[in-house]
Design a protein around this ligand. Structure first.
Ligand code: SF4
Length: 366
């Protein structure tokens, strides 16, 4: 798929746009005044592969804490600012790598100009983050509501204002809570400016809804080559957002991280607790970054075939499972021992991969 050519924007050590891989971001949901909880969540997000973490900055205490958070984590940080431009100035002072401003509520142009000047001095980029639910009143009146054209106009007005100030380290987002408006608004912005785009739905909801609607919106845009960084907004643990983002990128064949676990839907032939086994295997697989395929299959009808084509597979039987590694059956294990056996096999695959990466070296020699 041909990607839209966006300008490159540096965010600390990360590049967004400019042909860089689509990067994955998320947002903490801990109390931003709770340093320990916030740092721990950022570290968990980074371990899950999150490349950029946004933190809400509701007041000056939270802005001041950003400095300590920055000192404790390596992943670049984005300060999420609404309403008070002075919070943006304080976040810059604290050393954040990027700002997110909402043009619908950040106030007068003079205030935005003060933030732009401070960000420019520090080489910190700004995301113009438009939400359909908080568009400037004049734009809403002109368009008769939060239409895709209104969302795009709110973003592009702010883009032009910042460009007039000589500031071009910009990322843009135009999020609604539904797929159609979101996709149309991004298409408009993609055609009208050269900046990288941050894709996502806003208020996407609980995973049952949020995963489907986000995948559709982000997937439809990515397939058109639009999008340089994604955030899958889900109500709940943000680590799930990171895993979902990589699954979307994997489905689009843009990026892969960790082994995909395929599993059969089960039917009346299945004689093991496959849903539980597949869930546990997925959890174990998160410890690995290699893109092996792991197949968890319920029975001998399709099981051995799928399991054989995977790097690691299991086909269920009556209270037992047959494990395949690299296409060969390696052992038959009782159901209660299957998870432990599959964990051993993953460790063996990882050891093989390490050996492959170090030609001429034994494992002991590494
Ligand atoms: S692999 Fe077996 S248990 Fe799973 S859906 Fe197919 S036939 Fe049913």
């Amino acid at each position: 798929m041909k990607r839209r050519e966006a300008l490159a924007v540096r965010v600390g050590p990360l590049t967004i746009g400019g042909g860089a891989p689509v990067c994955v971001q998320s947002m903490t949901n801990t109390d931003p005044h709770d340093l320990k909880a916030t740092v721990e969540q950022i570290q968990r997000l980074a371990a899950a592969g999150c490349e950029l973490v946004r933190v809400a900055v509701p007041d000056f205490e939270a802005a001041r804490l950003l400095k300590k958070i920055k000192q404790a984590v390596a992943v670049p940080l984005v300060a999420d600012i609404h309403f008070d431009y002075r919070l943006a100035l304080a976040a810059l002072e604290a050393g954040v790598d990027k700002l997110r401003l909402n043009p619908g509520n950040i106030g007068s142009k003079e205030r935005v100009a003060a933030v732009v000047a401070a960000a420019g001095e520090r080489g910190v980029p700004i995301r113009i983050g438009v939400n359909a639910g908080s568009l400037p009143r004049a734009v809403l009146e002109k368009h008769g509501g939060p239409t895709p054209a209104a969302m795009a106009e709110a973003a592009l007005d702010q883009v032009r204002f910042m460009e007039d100030l000589g500031f071009t380290a910009l990322v843009v987002s135009v999020k609604a809570s539904d797929v159609r408006r979101t996709v149309e608004a991004y298409r408009l912005v993609a055609r009208a400016c050269p900046y990288p785009l941050h894709l996502g739905l806003t208020e996407a909801g609980l995973p049952e809804r949020g995963l489907i609607h986000s995948s559709l919106a982000i997937g439809l845009l990515l397939v058109e080559g639009i999008g340089d960084t994604i955030r899958v907004s889900l109500t709940g643990d943000p680590e799930a957002e990171v895993r979902a983002a990589y699954e979307i990128l994997r489905a689009m064949e843009l990026r892969a991280r960790g082994p995909p676990v395929i599993a059969c839907p089960t039917c009346g032939r299945c004689q093991i607790d496959l849903a539980r086994l597949a869930t546990e295997v997925s959890r174990l697989a998160r410890a690995y970054e290699e893109p092996w395929v792991i197949a968890v299959m319920g029975c001998v009808v399709n099981g051995p075939g799928e399991a054989r084509h995977a790097d690691l597979g299991v086909a269920g039987g009556r209270g037992e499972g047959l494990i395949f590694r690299r296409g060969r059956p390696v052992r038959k294990v009782k159901e209660e021992d299957l998870l432990a056996a599959l964990a051993e096999e993953m460790a063996a695959l990882a050891a093989e991969a390490r050996t492959d990466r170090s030609p001429g070296k034994t494992e002991e020699g590494e």
